[in-house]
Design a protein around this ligand. Structure first.
Ligand SMILES: [Zn+2]
Length: 412
């Protein structure tokens, strides 16, 4: 087989195209392939598809293709231009590459696969492309994926806020809890942020939403009440956020008590922060004895901790009624603990109880989606390398959007 024939086959060149020349440069580890049009090809106008004669050929373009063994491989071609009465002179699209891409379709797919596995910098190093080229692939892939995505509102929504860069920058993430995808990312965490998302859908569509998991965050509650019919039966305050509120109260009690004890030269609480915050079974074995000792010491922190641990029982109930009864007993205990931060936290929970109990009907929370949170966390960590917020958002769509990212004409 001739080298030109070999490459015509490898590139899957169809009718109208052939390989004119292949050049191998072993010193540079590089293969260059020149592709040209043949006589008698059928060329459609890019505007209407009507078969037209070739008017002329555009300047030579070069596309990077998948490597040939250890050699970087480039495809060169002068694309034909047609002349149509209606659309004038137009360039014919290359069958091996997408518009405005410096890569062939197969190479673009390989780059997308690589970008899914590591960050942009890592991909650029592995594939020997520039950061801008790598980022361009991400941008185009997300654009394609979002344009193709069916416009529908998920039945089970998860609303979550994520801080970005400096602590007080937030993004609101709207997730599909059934598919485990991020549907939409919008700046800030205001009522408007969430309403922007809801407004894309007509009322009959919004009515189909069965439940929405979220933090006890007034702007999200207000937006959901404004746009989701029967919202009060559908809002589920997320287990993670409920637990966090109580855990933070334990930490406040510990800080106050440590300060008081330390003033008397008692350093027992020093270095114990994470023992109180962790779930009991997650305390490392080598600290269990120490922790058991300090828990028996009748400290205020120990009492706050016991209240926090008891709340875990709450989520195990099957029936709303039983869970509500448990909460009443737990609430009585906590409010009589004389631990001010704990009393404050449980009063907040009591205020929101109706929509904490909805959990027992809908059984959703933002952590239901295995893997989604860790993926978002990974994107957040990579985000250190991102230049701005738009990059961060695009990366979330790329990694967590469940989008069809590949160029259209690739079927293999
Ligand atoms: Zn035309």
């Amino acid at each position: 087989m001739q080298d030109t024939e070999l490459y015509a086959t490898l590139l899957s060149l169809g009718a109208g195209w052939r390989v004119r020349e292949v050049r191998l440069d072993m010193a540079e580890k590089r293969v260059d392939v020149w592709v040209e049009t043949t006589e008698g090809g059928n060329w459609g106008c890019a505007g209407c598809g009507k078969v037209s004669a070739i008017y002329d050929h555009a300047q030579e373009q070069i596309w990077r293709h998948l490597d040939t063994c250890q050699c970087r491989t480039y495809v060169h071609a002068r694309l034909p231009r047609t002349s149509c009465k209606e659309h004038g002179v137009r360039q014919v699209a290359a069958p091996w590459a997408g518009p405005r891409s410096g890569f062939t379709l197969l190479m673009e797919c390989r780059l997308i696969d690589t970008l899914k596995e590591c960050d942009v910098t890592g991909c650029c190093r592995l594939m020997a492309i520039s950061w801008d080229q790598g980022w361009g692939i991400v941008e185009r892939a997300v654009q394609r994926g979002r344009a193709r995505k069916e416009k529908r509102i998920p039945r089970y929504l998860g609303i979550d806020e994520k801080s970005f860069a400096k602590r007080h920058n937030y993004e609101t993430l709207i997730c599909d809890l059934e598919r485990g995808t991020v549907e939409h990312v919008v700046d800030d965490r205001t009522q408007e942020s969430l309403e922007v998302y809801y407004r894309q859908f007509a009322e009959p569509e919004r009515r189909e939403v069965k439940a929405v998991a979220m933090d006890m965050w007034d702007p999200y509650i207000a937006a959901t009440r404004a746009y989701i019919p029967a919202a009060d039966l559908k809002i589920v305050f997320d287990r993670y956020h409920v637990t966090r509120l109580v855990t933070e109260a334990v930490d406040k009690v510990r800080r106050q008590e440590h300060k008081r004890l330390a003033a008397q030269g008692d350093e027992r609480l020093k270095g114990t922060k994470y023992l109180w915050l962790a779930n009991e079974e997650n305390i490392p074995e080598w600290r269990q004895e120490e922790f058991a000792g300090i828990r028996k010491a009748n400290l205020r922190t120990g009492r706050a901790w016991a209240i926090k641990e008891a709340l875990r029982e709450f989520w195990r109930y099957t029936y709303t009624q039983c869970a509500a009864k448990f909460f009443q007993r737990w609430y009585f205990w906590a409010t009589h603990s004389r631990l001010a931060p704990m009393v404050k936290a449980v009063k907040t929970l009591k205020q929101h109880l109706a929509n904490i109990l909805t959990y027992f009907k809908h059984r959703i929370n933002n952590a239901t989606v295995e893997g989604l949170n860790s993926k978002i966390q990974m994107v957040k960590e990579m985000a250190c390398g991102f230049r701005n917020r738009e990059h961060y958002k695009l990366a979330i769509y790329f990694h967590c959007g469940g989008l069809d990212l590949y160029p259209a004409t690739v079927t293999s």
